[in-house]
Design a protein around this ligand. Structure first.
Ligand code: FAD
Length: 452
């Protein structure tokens, strides 16, 4: 049987773009790709990239403050949201074009439309056209999940945060994950009065408990009101804004409510279950280690599979899929020891097991230190950084590393290399310090603070 394409990719985000480019550019496959929104997907258009640029924008007031302490005379400063947003939009247009050109140069045929599956080798485009492919890759990502409460439509999601007509004076952030916590810090840095409510006991569930506490304390010290054990029951439009009634009995008015209460995979209406593709409880596509679904010609990578929802993971899964199916090199991406960062202020970098997970697994030693770094101590700020290693008592391997510090994302990337190579605590100790830095503490912690 002949097909229109060797591969048809649904979704032009991190995973889909990488798979299409490698299959066509490196392995010579005939590839088509459908994207219903903007090329680049969540990361480039409404996730990592615009968010990080907002993180940068929001960091300046603290830097100005610090500059004063270092002897700089500062003039009045003012943030022009409209000017920033304009530059952000230009940058996203540039990136979107870069993605588009990369695919075109690799020989991929682009279809700017929605696609759904008709049978294991056939895709229907929203234009009415049908195309056939030997393999189909579902890389449709995810979307924000908004709980069904009265007035839910008054809240925005992270998708809208980059297009706000104006910055609010008072914002309520609902949720305790990294997206909620990052936006709480961004808005706070930009001068918005921020309240964050989360129904759990502490924000950033899934990260190391000590590190979560450290981040929350830093956020509160920066002026964010965090109310844990609290959820929003209903939202109402008022003459002055949006009234939020919460489970702790509070009843307050805000100008903006951001619902950042998780994400769901984009599988609705794709026709997957009808073809025999297995879906999980949240609608995620169930795949094997080679990203193949229960239907052999249909594969899935990235957030739609709900494995680890991060851009570099989607990219590696997409690359491994293309190498496996078109390059004759069976490659399964290893989901162990994936490092990640939370771009809160203070920032959190994390790799490997949390102290809590490691305790469950085996006897451990914990090395940790919290201190005021030289830079903020001089400026008279109370900010403290946390450096923490979780070590196996049996093998001496570093099982986890958790850093709360400026640029923790940059630091954890480096630590992840050593930990991925199986570094022991003694390997860390043998490494000579770089002085004066914050990270030198990672190689100078001599005594465990706890054993378990
Ligand atoms: P996506 O990038 O979501 O791409 C899927 C694409 O498929 C979309 O463009 C969508 O329009 C398209 N699509 C969906 N259905 C169809 C259809 N039927 N037909 C055609 N097209 C379709 N990750 C990090 O690693 N670091 C971060 O700092 C980070 N920050 C984030 C901040 C925010 C606010 C959010 C929301 C996410 C963040 N992420 C971050 C997560 C990251 O963006 C995702 O893990 C990543 O984009 C997943 O890539 P993907 O290819 O699976 O899906």
């Amino acid at each position: 049987m002949t097909f229109d394409y060797d591969l048809f990719v649904i979704g032009g985000g991190s995973g889909g773009v990488r798979a299409a480019r490698v299959a066509a550019g490196d392995w010579g496959a005939k590839v088509g790709l459908a994207e219903e929104s903007r090329m680049g997907g969540t990361c480039v258009i409404r996730g990592c990239v615009p968010k990080k640029l907002m993180v940068y924008a929001s960091g300046f007031p603290a830097a100005f403050e610090e500059a004063r302490a270092y002897g700089w005379e500062m003039w009045d400063t003012r943030f022009d949201w409209a000017a920033f947003r304009g530059r952000l939009e230009t940058e996203l247009d540039r990136l979107e074009n870069a993605y588009r050109n990369t695919l075109i140069n690799a020989g991929v045929t682009l279809h700017d439309t929605r696609a759904t599956l008709v049978d294991p080798h056939r895709v229907r485009l929203a234009t009415g056209q049908e195309v056939t492919a030997k393999h189909i890759l579902v890389a449709t990502g995810g979307r924000p999940f908004v709980p069904d409460i009265p007035g839910a439509e008054l809240a925005v999601t992270s998708n809208e945060m980059f297009h706000l007509p104006a910055l609010p004076d008072r914002a309520l952030i609902v949720g305790g994950g990294y997206v909620a916590s990052e936006f709480a810090c961004i808005l706070n840095g930009l001068g918005v009065k921020v309240t964050q409510v989360y129904r759990g006991a502490q924000i950033l569930r899934g990260f190391d408990d000590e590190a979560r506490g450290h981040v929350a304390t830093g956020m509160q010290a920066a002026g964010i009101e965090i109310r844990c054990g609290t959820d929003v029951m209903r939202l109402e439009r008022t003459s002055g804004g949006i009234r939020a009634v919460t489970t702790d009995g509070a009843d307050r008015e805000y100008d903006l409510v951001l619902s950042a209460t998780g994400r769901r995979p984009n599988t609705e209406g794709l026709g997957l279950a009808e073809l025999g593709v297995r879906l999980g409880r949240m609608g995620e596509v169930i795949v094997d280690r080679f990203s193949q679904t229960a239907v052999p010609s249909i594969h899935a990578v990235g957030d739609v599979t709900g494995r680890i929802n991060l851009t570099p993971v989607a990219i590696r899964e997409g690359h491994a899929f293309a190498d496996t199916v078109f390059g004759g090199r069976p490659t399964a991406f290893d989901h162990e020891l994936v490092a990640s960062a939370v771009f809160t202020q203070p920032e959190l970098g994390s790799v490997g097991l949390t102290e809590e997970a490691a305790r469950e697994q085996e006897p451990i030693e914990v090395y940790a230190t919290a201190f005021r770094p030289m830079r903020s101590a001089f400026a008279g700020h109370g900010d403290r950084v946390l450096m923490k290693l979780v070590v196996s008592r049996a093998t001496r391997k570093v099982l986890g590393c958790h850093i709360v510090a400026p640029e923790a994302g940059e630091l954890i990337q480096m630590a992840a290399i050593a930990i991925r190579m199986g570094a022991t605590k003694e390997d860390f100790d043998r490494t000579c310090a770089v002085h004066p830095t914050m990270a030198e503490e990672l190689v100078t912690m001599r005594k465990p603070v706890r054993t378990a």
